[in-house]
Design a protein around this ligand. Structure first.
Ligand code: SDX
Length: 435
């Protein structure tokens, strides 16, 4: 039997052969081309069939080699490497290199990459003036989205998106500068002076220094917390065609520069259903307040009044492997920071939800945001910066997918069609004739 669909259009009796093609797995990612449907017409003047798939629930927008998720088996791999192995053995910058370049770096490549990133962490001094324009209580994601877009005005050569060397220079700048912008946004919000990057610290340690350094001459990050932050950044680096990555690809497909494309991706990530969920998880746990109030909250969720933030996923219909890693890592954090009382509520909430048919029948498991928020809070990060902590590492995934899109000969400007359900043609009504 050939790898194809035989389609009979019962309107005309016509038969069509639609070839079935595959990614690397015969049983995961078999597809037909949407464009092949266009030849199926009810009549010669017919436009041809479209596939209608709101929210792209079952639509592949691209071919990618960056990340792989098997939602039923709870698998996540970056460039083929299981997330569990990277979380245990790698650090964020090495993983970012892997995500961006496709291979683990050789020692000299890693050293060069770390040197490049370390020496691009500063932002133009005018960025500080730009940030001063925000109210003290501006949400850090609003600051991040605006400031990353503003970076576009400092690097006009970034518009030359088809020149690989120029592209790579912007990749380095964005990976390196997001932590600085994030930390400056936080320091602005608490009225603290900005802390400049410390080139003697690693990526995660430098971010902790820019966030939390006060009067000490040099900030010394706690080793455990620095390691935990590296793991958190690794876990958030890429996640195939999630909402923000799709935004990055769509905006980038118009050949906009990478700064405004990243700003668009960060804007999508800001949404509470996406990267904003970790902030909402914390607010939810604080609202629940105590273990004995969980049943009452669950009742409201099951009544459809609320969503259980940090639960559910479009792809994972099993435990999010990232949530499992964070759940196991949480005690290390609390050994340093002291136990977070919200953890008891989270663990009990998870236990109850995983036994309740409402969640089991809908395959709603904890996702990466369920435990990340508790850990971030214990580490001293304010709740409203949590989505920013998601954006910092995800920029490497966004940029990897942006480059992949630009280098894919099948890709062009993203421009989906629609199913029109509005009025048929009608004539303009002068004001005098309107009701
Ligand atoms: C991230 O895509 C990615 O990969 C994202 C991400 C990444 O790394 O980029 O993994 C990061 O965004 C994780 C998700 C964080 N968001 C949240 O935790 C917010 C709460 N979760 C939900 O909003 C929801 O689960 C989504 C948005 C994550 C997924 O939504 P879907 O796939 O569109 O599922 P759905 O809304 O169609 O839900 C199916 C059913 C519905 O019930 P019925 O209408 O069938 O009765 O499940 C229910 C939903 O009401 N449901 C929930 C729920 N999530 C889904 N009910 C209660 N609580 C929830 N959290």
């Amino acid at each position: 039997m050939p790898d194809s669909l035989t389609v009979i259009d019962n309107r005309t009796g016509e038969r069509f052969e639609l070839p079935i093609a595959y990614g690397i797995y015969p049983n995961y990612g078999a597809y037909i081309r949407g464009a092949d449907l266009k030849k199926i017409k009810g009549s010669p003047e017919d436009f041809g069939l479209l596939s209608y798939d709101p929210a792209f629930m079952n639509t592949a927008s691209c071919k990618s080699a960056v990340g792989f998720i098997d939602g039923d088996r709870g698998i996540l791999r970056y460039r083929g490497y299981p997330i569990e192995q990277l979380a245990e053995k790698s650090d964020y910058l090495e993983t970012a290199y892997l995500v961006l370049k496709g291979e683990l770096p050789a020692p000299s490549e890693l050293a060069a990459w770390k040197h490049e990133v370390t020496h691009h962490t500063f932002v133009h001094e005018s960025i500080k003036k730009f940030m001063e324009g925000f109210h003290y209580d501006a949400h850090p994601m609003g600051v991040l989205v605006s400031t990353v877009a503003a970076l576009s005005t400092f690097y006009p050569e970034a518009r030359d998106i088809l020149e690989p060397a120029t592209r790579w220079k912007q990749v380095v700048r964005l990976v390196a500068k997001l932590p600085t912008i994030a930390a400056f946004a936080y320091r602005h919000s608490v009225g603290m002076p900005y802390v400049y990057p410390d080139n003697d610290l690693g990526f995660a340690g430098n971010f902790l220094s820019m966030m939390f350094k006060t009067t000490q001459l040099r900030y010394t990050p706690n080793e455990t917390l620095e390691r935990v932050l590296n793991v958190l950044f690794i876990l958030h680096a890429d996640h195939e065609q999630n909402c923000s990555t799709s935004a990055m690809r769509a905006v980038g497909s118009s050949h906009a520069d990478p700064y405004v494309s990243v700003a668009a991706a960060a804007a999508a990530l800001y949404g509470p259903l996406h990267g904003g969920a970790n902030e909402q998880v914390l607010r939810m746990l604080v609202e629940i307040g105590s273990v004995d109030r969980i049943p009452e909250y669950i009742k409201r969720v099951k009544a459809g009044e609320l969503k259980l933030m940090g639960f559910g996923h479009r792809v994972y219909k099993n435990y999010d492997p990232r949530a499992r890693i964070l759940r196991e890592m949480a005690p290390q954090v609390f050994d340093v920071t002291g136990k977070n009382p919200l953890l008891d509520i989270a663990v009990e909430l998870e236990r109850i939800a995983l036994e309740d048919d409402y969640f089991v029948s809908r395959k709603l498991y904890p996702n990466v945001d369920f435990y990340s928020g508790i850990i971030y809070q214990a580490m001293g990060f304010p709740v409203d910066i949590f989505p920013v902590l998601f954006a910092i590492p995800r920029v490497s995934g966004w940029l990897a997918q942006w480059q992949e899109m630009l280098e894919d000969p099948e890709q062009k400007i993203a421009r989906p069609r629609q199913i029109y359900i509005g009025h048929d043609e009608r004539d303009y009504v002068p004001m005098s004739d309107r009701g």
